[in-house]
Design a protein around this ligand. Sequence first.
Ligand SMILES: [Zn+2]
Length: 326
Amino acid sequence: MRTCDRDMKNTDRRSRLRLLIFALAWVTAGLMPQPADAQNSKISWDSRRAFEYLKKICEIGPRVSGTGGMVAQRKMIIDHFRQFDCEIRAQAFDVAHPQTGLPVRMTNLVISFDPTAKNRVLLACHYDTRPFPDRDRTRPRGPFIGANDGASGVALFMEMAHQLKTIRPRYGADFVMFDGEELVYSAQDKYFIGSEYFAKWYRDEPPEYQYVCGVVVDMVADKNLALFIEKNSWKMAPKVTQSIWTTARRMRVKEFISKEKYEVRDDHLALNQIAGIPTTDIIDFDYPYWHTTRDTPRSCSATSLSKVGRVLLQWLTEVPIEPRSK
Ligand SMILES: [Zn+2]
């Protein structure tokens, strides 16, 4: 993903007002008696297992689109999800490599739980890693493992899958893993190839189901987790954003901070703007090892992953958003 500094100072007034109303509601909610499910949440989570998934993904090494590392990771993911009662689809297409012009095979993965449900929630992450850690001061051409920026979202979904059968999600749930989020060697190279392809497919060949809303997770395993509200999410998908941060508040997960901070360009833009699926981006953009060789499991935390996973599982049982009538 990338930031959009240009607009960072220019938060529009409507957005601020919405945030103020939300903040008031949020404070009030904290003073109210808590529903039983928030205090004695039945949501379970195996922190150690989830973190093992993150480490196992990183042991593959770099997972750049079109490389052997990516193929190995894809096989691992598919093997993992085969143990569950879900449908696994691959959406494959070719793009020209930004440097050589040769075709690169891209593959988005769509893993559907309760696949016959007509109303669904989209949970997405990217699973490719950036070719180089170009923000690394000493080794900008060193290895990039992408423990937080890449593996964290995949590991989160791998563990969530274990828990889905014991909770009752309000809607069908799709884990969508995008390829080609950052097959990027220089500033002009194209980001978000996988999510744009997916969003165009959804718009141009609408399936029989609809996504009521969506969530993108990116960099959710940072040791010092701080999840501020991302500005584009707040502008484009305020209800979804508010509902997740409210669930976190009820569960007393303080790492979800209901203040706007960064404006980030990420896979959620295509989902909002092309597919018309209101989608929020849960992203920790204060990660000090972003695009460096130190984005490894040592910079990540099982507890952080667990906090995000538990909030999302609880939220899936509620999703206070109604389907649009077609
Ligand atoms: Zn990145």
